[in-house]
Design a protein around this ligand. Structure first.
Ligand SMILES: Cc1cc2nc3c(=O)[nH]c(=O)nc-3n(C[C@H](O)[C@H](O)[C@H](O)COP(=O)(O)OP(=O)(O)OC[C@H]3O[C@@H](n4cnc5c(N)ncnc54)[C@H](O)[C@@H]3O)c2cc1C
Length: 93
């Protein structure tokens, strides 16, 4: 069994961890983060829904082989975008 330790639980660390998990479901992955709120980091930790991403939602999928994933998630959770830009907190969720 492969073991991984990811230090830093912002977007990059969490996305690295989930890609490792998808690649090797049996891997043991430890995520170390100082914030207590893994996944949000500086960019997606806001609580204000008026703070929008600076990249359009169709280009924010975490899965290269499923580029519509984030847009589907927004629709399923009834999250509105503004001219194609989603709230930062939605990406954090
Ligand atoms: C205001 C702002 C807006 C942005 N908007 C966008 C956008 O709209 N679209 C886009 O694609 N990109 C955007 N970015 C770029 C964004 O930073 C990256 O997309 C991504 O969030 C960076 O992730 P990261 O994990 O590298 O860093 P961060 O998200 O900063 O995460 C770093 C993590 O490491 C942890 N950490 C730090 N030191 C330690 C330690 N010693 N031990 C353990 N944990 C530690 C912190 O607690 C934090 O959780 C934005 C950036 C900022 C600052």
């Amino acid at each position: 069994m492969m073991r991984f330790t990811v230090v830093g639980g912002g977007a990059a660390g969490v996305l690295a961890a989930i890609h490792l998990r998808r690649h090797d479901p049996s891997a043991q992955i430890t995520l170390i983060d100082a914030s207590g709120r893994p996944g949000t980091g500086a960019a997606y930790g806001t609580s204000d829904p008026a703070h929008l991403l600076n990249v359009p939602a169709p280009r924010m999928s975490a899965w290269p082989d499923d580029p519509d994933h984030f847009c589907r998630w927004l629709n399923e959770h009834a999250v509105s975008t503004f001219e194609g830009f989603a709230p930062r907190l939605a990406y954090g969720r």
